[in-house]
Ligand binder design. Structure first.
Ligand code: ADP
Ligand code: MG
Length: 458
């Protein structure tokens, strides 16, 4: 049983940098292998979230390969850690682990008693040194650098927004890393808005809000909050965050926020928070240009010791445009395949190896996926967009969706009509015209459409 995990680890070691392997995979402890689930545990919620967010697919793939059948990995926070962590105790008891594999007590390091902010793991790959600057991100980069050099002196808060995989979390980690080196006395809190929300809920349940408040409001010098858009609609957490924000800002402590939308675009956000988000500097990160994408690939290849011919870098940079995470993922996969098959990294090999990526992307940008995104954005049902209701709350999103399908897929007007529940092509044409015309004058519509376009894959 344990062999599966050992072999999976060996597979992972071949695919990630030594640094990443030591940081993220070594600390994972095997609890049990039961059925098709490999249960692992770690000491820390941040760490668990991090691993889940960044390495879930790799872990699943590795155990599947090692076992020779479909398996998946479940990473959780150790019970022991939970018992110690004041702010992270779950109300529900955890189920007993099935005793398939004995738990080696000696192998479990004692959980550290302190739950200090300073203890959160920083991704070693996310520093200012490794951040490639180009026209699409230079403003955000410069602002982050200014904040790291002189916290609470320049922009407070600094609000960075942009689509997924464009380096927002990277910049937050870079700020934290740089501050740790130059201002070791500062207590830095890095927390995702989701984690903050969970902490609020748990501390309310445990009636330990006083400790929670003290931790964020008085025992914190720099607050880095990732993905604040998830605060949308979470009234109690927003209220708590409002007071945290005020306490820190009044005490001239630096606050940095990231989001996938501008403060204006975050729905169901209290006005007083929205306005505070705009007190400092708001800056965006856009998808990097071709040259920057090539530079990112080259820098990543150099760090990971991958021999990357320019022609292959160009090919990849043309293929993956809107998401740096995907861009890097394509490179890593490619070099893993090449190594595995003992083949040289050429454009032909890249074309062959990444064929499914290309096909997936074509599929991802389908009429259906645009319908889904638009429905989500305007909070209406996909079936309404496909339907015939003419109420403006439905008909405008429907027109926007048609316009986006025309702009971003290869579909003809009749094909789009068909994808919208069998509408006539003339309906589609007139909707597209209407939106195009409105875009010239209607600023709100333009920002809405831009917000949706940022979420389009590819
Ligand atoms: P976000 O938080 O905006 O979704 P991340 O910060 O997680 O995106 O970035 C996704 C991946 O892309 C990370 O591996 C990050 O290091 C990398 N990345 C993004 N932008 C850059 C850049 N300008 N230079 C180097 N790497 C980058
Ligand atoms: Mg992020």
């Amino acid at each position: 049983m344990k062999e599966i995990w050992d072999n999976a680890l060996a597979g992972i070691r071949a695919r990630v940098t030594v640094e990443n392997f030591n940081t993220y995979f070594r600390p994972l402890r095997l609890v049990v292998i039961a059925g098709d689930a490999v249960e692992l545990e770690v000491d820390d919620e941040f760490f668990r979230d991090w691993v889940r967010e960044h390495y879930q697919a790799l872990l699943d793939e590795a155990v599947t390969e090692a076992a020779g059948r479909a398996m998946h990995v479940d990473v959780r926070v150790s019970d022991r850690r939970k018992a110690n962590a004041l702010a992270t105790i779950d109300v529900e008891a955890d189920p007993e682990p099935a005793a398939d594999v004995p738990i080696d007590d000696a192998a479990v390091p004692a959980a550290s008693e302190t739950r200090d902010f300073a203890a959160f793991p920083l991704n070693p790959a996310y520093s200012f040194d490794t951040f490639v600057v180009g026209p699409a991100n230079e403003m955000a980069h410069a602002a982050a650098l200014a904040v790291a050099q002189d916290p609470a002196r320049t922009f407070n808060p600094l609000f960075v927004y942009g689509g997924t995989g464009l380096g927002k979390t990277h910049l937050l980690h870079a700020i934290a890393r740089s501050l740790r080196a130059t201002h070791p006395e500062l207590r830095i809190a890095y927390v995702s808005a989701e984690e903050f929300t969970n902490q609020v809920i748990k501390n309310i349940q445990r009636q330990s809000m006083d400790a929670f408040r003290e931790r964020y409001r008085t025992r914190c010098d720099v607050l880095l909050m990732d993905d604040v858009h998830v605060l949308a609609g979470k009234e109690r957490t927003q209220e708590e965050f409002f007071y945290t924000f005020n306490a820190l800002h009044n005490a001239q402590k630096q606050i940095v926020l990231t989001s996938d939308k501008t403060p204006q675009e975050i729905p169901q956000l209290e006005e007083r928070l929205r306005s505070r988000f705009q007190w400092g500097l708001i800056t965006d990160i856009k998808a990097p240009q071709f040259e920057t994408r090539v530079a990112i690939l080259q820098s990543k290849a150099e760090r990971d010791d991958i021999e990357l011919p320019d022609a292959v870098a160009f090919y990849l940079a043309k293929l993956v445009r809107a998401n740096v995470r995907e861009l890097e993922g394509a490179l890593i996969r490619l070099s893993a395949y090449a190594g595995f098959r003992g083949r040289a990294l050429t454009v032909e090999f890249a074309q062959e190896a990444l064929r499914d990526l290309v096909e997936n992307r074509a599929r991802a940008l389908s009429i259906d996926s645009i319908l889904k995104l638009v429905a989500e954005h305007f909070d209406v049902k996909v079936s309404d967009l496909r339907g015939a209701r003419r109420h403006r709350a439905i008909s405008q999103p429907r027109s926007v969706a048609m316009y986006l399908c025309r702009k971003h897929t290869q579909s003809s007007y009749p094909a789009i009509g068909k994808g919208f529940g069998g509408k006539d092509h003339s309906t589609v044409i007139s909707a597209c015209r209407k939106v195009k015309g409105a875009l010239e004058t209607d600023h709100t519509l333009r920002t809405e459409i831009e917000a949706i376009e940022r979420k389009l894959p590819g």
